[in-house]
Design a protein around this ligand. Structure first.
Ligand SMILES: Nc1ncnc2c1ncn2[C@@H]1O[C@H](COP(=O)(O)OP(=O)(O)OP(=O)(O)O)[C@@H](O)[C@H]1O
Ligand SMILES: [Mg+2]
Length: 320
């Protein structure tokens, strides 16, 4: 399992993490979500032993044990931890097979185990046709799959995946989610960061929201949604602006305006909120569209952090 206790980190004078606590039991996946710059990559880098924290501890181990301190016992930690960083880390001059074998050797795996494991991960991530191909000739999504495969080679007890599906197509994304679930079923503790919140549900993962330097809350997706999310209600109008007290207007193309119901009003009964709004539309106002979106992890995130994980927050696939 993985236990992160009171981890803090500043870059220069700028604090990024301020007392982070997070535990991931064996066999569980934790979806770590937060806005750009929230500190997810920093936290993962500390937990994987790549950079040191200013304060706090990170311990890892097999099963229920978390006896290995990643900062003071780097060698043992390296055998337990797998990391697929946010930045692609494949050796461009080597083939897919050579990348995997080299990584396995670095992790101390034997030849036979390596051969078998290469076959298994290549199969799981659908990279068999590319085995002999040089990494620098792979497509973006294939390179991302190879990068993920490398982190899985030594069946780490604790696995960190930092936005592993950026640039992956639908099939690749499904394959990545499946291998992550498989490793968790085998008993690994997984931390998985993503801006695609649907993936957290697809993984059956718990969720941890990192914001303002600490973990604001953790729980199952259902717990978080039930406790914090509200359905969203909006209408689009044209013509005379309606009087909708508290509703937030945003101009749209063609002289249309989108009106979002205030968060406080929409928790209990979105239908009633909508009915009230419609009754306020007078002559001269045209109703163009009505939208009721059920409570979701996205709306829980928005309610808890006051920040939108909107389209512009989704990483640009061109960078993958
Ligand atoms: N080496 C560094 N030196 C100075 N500042 C840094 C360094 N690395 C990260 N930061 C800053 O720390 C903050 C957290 O960065 P981090 O990469 O951990 O965020 P993140 O949650 O992973 O964001 P994203 O969703 O964009 O990947 C950012 O403001 C970033 O600019
Ligand atoms: Mg990051």
């Amino acid at each position: 399992m993985l236990v992160i206790e009171d981890v803090s980190k500043s870059y220069g004078q700028t604090p990024v993490l301020d007392g982070v606590n997070l535990a991931v039991p064996a066999g569980r996946i934790m979806g770590l979500i937060g806005s750009n710059g929230a500190g997810k990559t920093t936290l993962i880098s500390i937990a994987a032993g790549l950079i040191t924290a200013d304060a706090g501890t990170v311990r890892v181990g097999e099963g229920r044990s978390a006896s290995v301190d990643v900062a003071s016992d780097r060698r043992r930690a390296a055998g337990l931890v797998g990391l697929a960083p946010q930045e692609l880390g494949v050796y461009p001059m080597l083939s897919v097979r050579q990348n995997l074998v080299t990584f396995a050797e670095l992790a101390g795996m034997g030849k036979r185990a390596t051969r078998e494991r290469v076959d298994a991960v290549v199969d799981a991530l659908d990279l068999a046709p590319q085995l002999a191909q040089r990494a620098d000739t792979l497509s973006g999504g294939q390179a991302r799959r190879l990068h993920t495969a490398m982190a899985l080679m030594h069946r780490p007890a604790v696995l960190f995946l930092d936005e592993p599906t950026v640039g992956a197509d639908v099939a690749a994304r499904g394959a990545i989610l499946d291998v992550v679930k498989e490793l968790a079923r085998e008993g690994a503790s997984v931390i998985y960061t993503t801006h695609y919140l649907g993936e957290v549900s697809d993984l059956g993962a718990d969720v941890a929201i990192l914001h303002g330097g600490s973990i604001l809350l953790t729980g199952s997706v259902k717990e978080v949604v039930d406790a914090h999310a509200a359905p969203s209600v909006s209408v689009v109008t044209a013509g005379v602006p309606p009087s909708l007290p508290g509703w937030r207007p945003s101009p749209l193309e063609g002289g249309h305006t989108r009106w979002d119901a205030p968060v406080e009003s929409r928790t209990a009964n979105p239908t009633a909120v909508l009915a009230d709004a419609l009754s306020r539309l007078g002559a001269g106002t045209t109703l163009e569209a009505v939208d009721v979106t059920p409570a979701s992890l996205e709306s829980a995130f928005l309610a808890v952090t006051g920040q939108r994980l909107s389209a512009e927050e989704v990483p640009d696939v061109a960078h993958a």
